[in-house]
Design a protein around this ligand. Structure first.
Ligand SMILES: Cc1ncc(C[n+]2csc(CCOP(=O)(O)OP(=O)(O)O)c2C)c(N)n1
Ligand SMILES: [Mg+2]
Length: 446
């Protein structure tokens, strides 16, 4: 080490001049470096072209001309797909050849989610629930990725991944209980609608502040790696959330700590009203992966098999090699951002119609099933009727259930309630008694 250190000092500190002897050979440049040893000037030949950078922060070569790296060095990242828009397999070697029952289950989950969205969206419009966010058009990203995971894998979601939870077996009654904030809600009615969570299904409860799940997922994946349990963490986020500082923190932690983690970005074209061309200047989110030293891929999110293949392979390698993967699933948010948004203010009906009618994950999968004789008009009609009935029944049950006891607003934060919270609780009850006529307390659990 000392010898190397001494040599480096020689090269960098002790130099007085570097002369290029172009006359000797125009192609191979001979150079001399001068330095003093005990006061005496000495010269040593060296070849600058053979020098290698020694900086600890990069693996690189020296260059002798000034050139900025073009941002389009990483651009035009291709979109991996298995099926074309008519549901035909493009390259048979990429066909996951899933059994009929599995494919039918994909289709049924995607359409059930769609039906649940429709009914809960309407129920918000009728004032029955306070808020809702639909998943229209992104069903392929949910089901394709969820199917490629093991039930023990830990999921961190954003808020538009209800299909992942549905695929894992979260019952309609619990989706409804959360949105209605009734006594059956696992979150005890404390969260806004769509902030689901399930410990049993390894699905971490959704938080509203964007991107907070990204560094949390990195931490969880690091813990899982230390446990050595062959599990992976998957972290979903929108392309908008990828502009948060937390995204950078999470990506970098996961890469440097070599965590078994799949970063799954749903690039659906918008962050509320901001289109992607106003969100970033690079080639989407996949282009950022190499900057963090992460293996990355862009997939057609409306192709459920492409999403499945990419997630399955990322999962396998993330565990085998202990490293994070970045999947950017290209899709389109067909619905409004939420029930608080009216997207006609910032995008055209024609744009939405294109995705709804010509490039939809559900119709693509249906084409695939129809071509194999697995699904026809009759099955479709029967399933639509049955799935609507399932959702309506769960919805009616949820609406009739009581609300959680108001005291639950104050529990589960401290082991023993501090006096400040005790005071707030008393004040709440005084208020509820005083303005009794405005509070339907008989709807609440006693
Ligand atoms: C820290 C933070 N900033 C802003 C918001 C408000 N907000 C909620 S969703 C959203 C857009 C997110 O877009 P994207 O990540 O692309 O997800 P998408 O809604 O498209 O699924 C914004 C700005 C928030 N919840 N948290
Ligand atoms: Mg988005």
């Amino acid at each position: 080490m000392a010898a190397i250190g001494g040599f480096r000092r020689l090269c960098t500190v002790g130099l007085s001049a570097v002369c290029r002897n172009r006359a000797r050979n125009a192609l191979s440049i001979s150079q001399y470096r001068s330095f003093r040893v005990n006061g005496a000037l000495q010269q040593q030949p060296f070849d600058s072209l053979a020098e290698k950078p020694q900086f600890p922060g990069a693996s690189a070569e020296f260059v002798d001309h000034l050139e900025f790296i073009q941002p389009n060095v990483i651009s035009g990242i291709p979109v991996y797909r298995v099926m074309d828009r008519q549901g035909q397999i493009i390259n048979p070697s990429e066909d996951p050849q899933l059994p009929k029952e599995m494919v039918l289950n994909f289709y049924q989950k995607m359409t059930l989610l769609n039906t649940m969205d429709r009914i809960l969206y309407e129920s918000q419009r009728q004032g029955r629930i306070s808020f809702y966010m639909t998943n229209y058009g992104e069903e392929g990203t949910h089901v394709g990725s969820a199917a490629a995971l093991d039930p023990e894998d830990l999921v961190f979601g954003q808020y538009r991944e209800a299909g992942v939870l549905m695929f894992r077996g979260f019952p309609l009654d619990l989706f409804m209980a959360q949105c209605y904030a009734n006594v059956d809600d696992l979150g005890k009615g404390r969260q806004m609608p769509v902030h689901y969570g399930s410990k049993d299904l390894n699905f971490v409860t959704i938080s509203s502040p964007l991107a907070t799940q990204i560094p949390q997922a990195a931490g969880a994946a690091y813990a899982i790696k230390r446990e050595n349990t062959n599990r992976v963490v998957i972290c979903y986020f929108g392309e908008g959330a990828a502009s948060e500082g937390d995204a950078h923190a999470g990506f970098n932690f996961a890469a440097t700590l070599e965590c078994p983690l799949i970063f799954f970005c749903r690039n659906n074209g918008y962050a509320i009203s901001t289109p992607t061309d106003e969100q970033y200047r690079g080639d989407g989110i996949a282009a950022r992966g190499p900057g963090y030293g992460m293996l990355s891929i862009r997939v057609d999110g409306n192709d459920v098999f492409a999403v499945y293949n990419a997630t399955k392979e990322a999962r396998r390698r993330a565990i085998a090699e202990n490293q994070p993967f970045l999947i950017e699933a290209m899709t389109y948010r067909i619905g409004h951002h939420s029930t608080s948004d009216d997207s006609s203010a910032y995008r055209s009906v024609d744009e939405v119609n294109y995705w709804d009618k010509q490039d939809h994950p559900i119709s693509r999968l249906r084409h695939y099933m129809t071509a194999r004789g697995w699904w026809g008009e009759e099955e479709e009609r029967a399933w639509r009727k049955q799935s609507r009935k399932l959702v309506m029944e769960a919805f009616e049950r949820a609406e009739k259930r009581q609300k959680p006891h108001p005291d639950l607003l104050f529990s589960d934060v401290y082991l023993e309630m501090p006096p400040s919270l005790e005071k707030q609780k008393e004040s709440m009850w005084r208020h509820l008694q005083q303005y009794r006529e405005h509070y339907p307390l008989d709807h609440y659990e006693k």
